[in-house]
Design a protein around this ligand. Structure first.
Ligand code: ZN
Length: 141
């Protein structure tokens, strides 16, 4: 095998060079020619479609099996860790409850903060210090 490679090195090298140049040329042509590009893309799409069509039943069976397996595994995991999931959900709920009450408290404090409130210079109602318009009379501040 090695002898063969050495003896025919020139020929092999030439063939490799031609193949490389043809590939390179094809890439250049497809970059500059939308027709060639779209023909190649059309061919690829047709090939993909044919492969999918030929293996339609297999693919359908396969995805059905995968879906069944996924559901089974998920069910198995939930069954085996039911108590853990239950505790987790309870803890999550209590965390959200605490967070909600914290947010509500912060909002209440924020609204009652007198330094962030001012009076409208037209109607005299209390409004946010940074608001551009009065929400009572609508005039620009
Ligand atoms: Zn006003």
């Amino acid at each position: 095998m090695t002898d063969f490679l050495f003896e025919h090195f020139d020929a092999i090298f030439t063939i490799m060079l031609v193949i490389t140049l043809l590939g390179f040329g094809f890439v250049i042509v497809s970059i500059f020619s939308p027709t060639v590009r779209s023909k190649m893309m059309g061919r690829q799409i047709r090939m993909t479609k044919r492969v999918l069509d030929d293996n339609y039943d297999t693919i359908r069976d396969l995805s059905g099996t995968a879906a069944d397996l996924g559901v089974d595994i998920q069910k198995d995991i939930y069954d085996r860790h039911e108590d853990d999931y239950h505790d987790l959900a309870k803890r999550k709920a209590s965390v959200y409850k605490d967070a909600d009450s914290d947010i509500a408290k912060a909002m209440k404090e924020g609204f009652s903060d007198s330094s962030r409130r001012t009076t409208c210079r037209y109607c005299g109602q209390t409004i946010d210090a940074d608001s551009r318009f009065c929400n009572h009379c609508g005039k620009q501040q």
